[in-house]
Write a protein that binds this ligand. Sequence first.
Ligand SMILES: NC(=O)C1=CN([C@@H]2O[C@H](COP(=O)(O)OP(=O)(O)OC[C@H]3O[C@@H](n4cnc5c(N)ncnc54)[C@H](OP(=O)(O)O)[C@@H]3O)[C@@H](O)[C@H]2O)C=CC1
Ligand SMILES: CC(C)(CO)C(=O)C(=O)O
Length: 332
Amino acid sequence: MKICVFGAGAIGGHVAGRLAKGGADVSLVLRGANLAAIRERGLEVRAGDGVHHSRPKASADPAELGVQDAVIVTVKAPALPSVAASIAPLIGPNTAVAFVMNGIPWWYFDKHGGPMDGKRLPQVDPGNALRDAVGVERTIGGVVYSACTVIEPGIVNVASPTNRVILGELDGSISPRAQAIAALLEAGGMGCPVSDDIRKEVWGKLMGNLSGGPLCLLSRRTIAETLSDPVVLAAAIRMTDEGGAIAAALGRDVGMGGADRVGRSLKTFHKPSILQDLELGRPMEVEALFRLPLELGRMAGVPTPTLDLAIALATHAAIAAGLYTPLEGKAV
Ligand SMILES: NC(=O)C1=CN([C@@H]2O[C@H](COP(=O)(O)OP(=O)(O)OC[C@H]3O[C@@H](n4cnc5c(N)ncnc54)[C@H](OP(=O)(O)O)[C@@H]3O)[C@@H](O)[C@H]2O)C=CC1
Ligand SMILES: CC(C)(CO)C(=O)C(=O)O
């Protein structure tokens, strides 16, 4: 199966390494020093179960890679317009495109059903660029549990002992195309269930990002260090519960309280990727991870006082660093 990972940084590098190990014909869209290193030395993934080397084809130009059976998009949300602008050469009549990222995805309300069905989210897909370039029918949703960092060009370090991608069709069906990608990831050592409710999985993951992200942006420390303070831990549990309340109001009860959800992160000695972005001067996913979920909460009439404060401060931090780039073009 020909699979291209578009944006092979920390998560994309890990996913690509697993796919290669699982026997896929893997190619990568990436750029800069990472591209140069992978072309020269290949991709190295350092994980708890060993060091995995592979030699995927890599290019900054999708046209060099050609039509794929599947594309897995693993960029940060602010880079999505650049994906929409350049993904066309990878797509043929039967190509599936999985978005394996954090935050509220651009497709969230597509095939959702009910009064919200089809609602557009310009905050994560301005001008319907992805909708037009990829389309709802090709799209597979994705969530990833894996704590990854590019420690030097071409080398991804995985800090999480267990790692999982969850894939899911927007209509909840268990499709052969999602199962085919999942089988390759599983063969490469990465858990990959196919869910019949990917939106619930989106919220389950997002609850962690909503609390850990803003708090670590303030502490500038790893999740484990930040949560070791009982005052911060109590705030994190409140924030996670508020996230869960938004999910429930939108019809997705994740079935886990804040204390349990936060409890899973107490030993995560990893700086959230949004903090890595702040420290490295890269555009931050403030809209997809923080502000859009909050906006959905307001729309559903859910009070979120702790998230309101923490996200307002996180937004200020991103603006002050010049790294808040609202995709829909709002000036800040
Ligand atoms: N890192 C982590 O531990 C986790 C991250 N996530 C989520 O996964 C997603 C990806 O995060 P992460 O892997 O950390 O991000 P990275 O920044 O490490 O990787 C994204 C990569 O995509 C590249 N890229 C972006 N646009 C293009 C383009 N048009 N052409 C070529 N390359 C491009 C970037 O290059 P450049 O740097 O040059 O822009 C970068 O190398 C995010 O949604 C994040 O929130 C989820 C779970 C954990
Ligand atoms: C912190 C982590 C690994 C899980 O919440 C994550 O999603 C991120 O780094 O963006």
